[in-house]
Design a protein around this ligand. Structure first.
Ligand SMILES: [Zn+2]
Length: 116
């Protein structure tokens, strides 16, 4: 969106410059090229300005949009990957996986059990 507006603004400014040059060299009648060039200049500057503004707003709003759940797209707490429901679900899944893992390995394996 912002990039397209910037491009359009640059094209319009180039057209304005071309019209001014064409008017100066006598390709186009000076009064026609003058009014067209002024319109193109104003429109080009407006497009370029709003394009830059749109790009800036896009960049500023990106961190806010990042606060979305990776699973359902719902809003999350600041810096969280998942919403509260999916955060709890993920913790549950992790806990289940770890307890299943412990069960297959046996209670004492992997740990040093010292008898007093
Ligand atoms: Zn979610």
């Amino acid at each position: 969106m912002g990039r397209t507006l910037c491009f359009l603004g640059i094209v319009l400014l180039a057209a304005a410059v071309w019209l001014i040059l064409a008017g100066a060299t006598g390709w186009v009648r000076e009064e026609v090229s003058g009014s067209l060039a002024k319109n193109a200049l104003v429109a080009g500057l407006a497009c370029l300005g709003s394009g830059l503004l749109a790009g800036l707003l896009d960049r500023l709003s990106r961190p806010l949009r990042r606060g979305r759940c990776a699973r359902c797209g719902g809003p999350t707490e600041r810096g969280q990957t998942y919403c509260l429901d999916h955060l709890l679900a993920t913790v549950e899944e992790y806990r289940d996986k770890m307890s299943a893992h412990d069960r297959t390995r046996g209670p004492a394996s992997g740990r040093q059990v010292t008898k007093a």
